[in-house]
Design a protein around this ligand. Structure first.
Ligand code: GUN
Ligand code: ZN
Length: 468
């Protein structure tokens, strides 16, 4: 067998733990070897001295003294906001959407602009080591075609769908469609791109999601029609993505506005088929193992329980929550509900492309939560939500997310010498005498210190991702 052996200090979260079990599942192999077969699957992950003799003759890629980490999974990022990070002049969520985002996203109506943005977006993903992503797409089908085409060229994984809007103010008009077109365009995107690269969703890198922007951008009729469409395509592994309980600024917040508009008991009810007044059932549920809801900052316990029960995942986006003044997702309460937690950059609500930057801000916001809610995240929990938890949110944990034998090898090579500050940190740090704590300290330093310049190579299913 023609194998490829990658050498470096390996960190990953082995097996199928919950986030609460991540610390016990953390694997660190300082003199590590990751051996891939010619199909890009992992056949060995362990100490270099213990590589089975069958694999000794393969090609060796020596990344030492670098690190090998599972590829980062970003479960919430906006393609049509590629050039809209750091937008000033919008304030909090609803005003920011109206004044900054809708006008920015309208520029994607120009096919040349959209094409250039698809190249930029894909290149940014490679620089950030984001091997898999749930991408909130553009309203414009030509822009989505460009996004899928560029992603396929680069060799990255993607789940994406056009952002659906059927109601809104003046600046939202160019992004809106009729009720019929909302369903027709979504259906066409599924037929064109879902599993299109291999013709089989079980092996594909390209997948499609149904993406109502959020409940305030659609109508009960849209939600009913999308529920019916989802019922038809659920078995084909199609995804659902949206925002939930993000911002609750008194008076103008999204959460209260949604409950008032729909007259429902909870925001989640609108995605759960219960979008009629009094949370009466009006259609089919959009929840399930292939559904990811971004933010979940202001959830009621019943909402978290229902998400856990249906296998729906949270995409936690602390950078964006800081940028838009949305608050902090309560870590302990969300974890206690049993819901799966992954992380997203939410670029351009967030102003960073790198998942490790999201993990750094997650650490800071959760240690700052009030009183007994404050918690010092374990570095293994940080790595979990940025890798394996993301693969689980995408319902592809059986394919990637860690270095278990048999998985498709998605990984990043971290070369600290590309980032002098990180290099200095690792070389000169004081480490605990306890080897487990010393290991955790090194992983923490790595996750806090990684920048684009530290990520030297990015692999998806054993193949090196190519920037254009
Ligand atoms: N809610 C509806 N649309 C958006 C968006 O573009 N970004 C964020 N952060 N929240 C949203
Ligand atoms: Zn978002």
């Amino acid at each position: 067998m023609a194998t490829h052996t990658h050498l470096g200090h390996i960190f990953h979260i082995a097996g199928t733990p919950k986030v609460t079990e991540a610390a016990a599942a953390l694997v660190s192999i300082p003199d590590g070897a990751l051996v891939l077969d010619d199909g890009g699957r992992i056949v060995f992950c362990g100490d270099r001295a213990e590589i089975p003799s069958d694999y000794e003759s393969g090609t060796v890629h020596d990344h030492r003294p670098g690190f090998l980490l599972p590829g980062f999974v970003d479960t919430h990022i906006h393609f049509p906001q590629t050039y809209a990070g750091d937008s000033y002049g919008g304030g909090q969520l609803l005003e920011w959407l109206t004044l900054c985002m809708f006008p920015s996203e309208t520029k994607f109506a120009d096919p040349e602009f959209a094409q250039q943005a698809a190249v930029e977006f894909t290149n940014r993903r490679i620089s950030a080591g984001t091997t898999a992503a749930m991408v909130f797409g553009s309203a414009f089908p030509h822009a989505q075609d460009a996004l899928f085409t560029e992603t396929q060229k680069a060799g990255l994984r993607i789940v994406s769908g056009r952002g659906i809007q059927t109601v809104g103010g003046e600046t939202a008009q160019p992004l809106m469609t009729s009720e019929e077109d909302a369903i027709r365009l979504t259906r066409e995107e599924i037929e064109k791109w879902h599993g299109a690269d291999t013709g089989d969703v079980a092996t594909a890198l390209l997948h499609v999601a149904i993406i109502p922007r959020f409940s305030l951008s659609v109508t009960p009729e849209t939600l009913k029609n999308l529920g019916e469409l989802y019922e038809e395509v659920r078995d084909r592994g199609v995804y659902v993505h949206s925002h939930l309980n993000e911002n609750n600024r008194p008076g103008t917040g999204e959460v209260d506005s949604t409950k008032e508009t729909y007259q429902v008991n909870s925001y989640l009810d609108t995605y759960d088929g219960k979008f009629l007044p009094g949370s009466e059932v009006g259609g089919k549920s959009l929840l399930g193992r292939r559904t990811i809801l971004a933010h979940c900052v202001h959830c009621q316990d019943v909402e978290l329980e229902r998400m856990a029960e249906t296998g729906t995942s949270v995409s936690h986006c602390p950078i964006s929550q800081l940028f838009l003044g949305s608050g902090t997702m309560p870590w302990k309460r969300t974890v206690a509900s049993g819901v799966n937690i992954s992380v997203g950059t939410d670029f351009g609500g967030g102003d960073e492309w790198l998942i490790p930057r999201v993990l750094g801000d997650a650490f800071k916001v959760h240690i700052t939560e009030a009183g007994d809610d404050g918690v010092s995240m374990h570095p293994a929990e940080m790595l979990f939500v940025g890798t394996l938890g993301g693969a689980r949110a995408l319902d592809m944990e059986n394919r990637f997310g860690n270095f278990d034998v048999g998985k498709e090898a998605d990984f990043v090579v971290v070369d600290p010498s590309g980032t002098p500050a990180l290099d200095g940190l690792l070389r000169n740090a004081v480490r605990a005498a306890d080897p487990d704590l010393a290991r955790d300290q090194t992983l923490f330093a790595l996750l806090m210190g990684i920048r684009d310049t530290s990520i030297s190579e990015v692999y998806v299913a054993g193949r090196k991702a190519k920037a254009s």
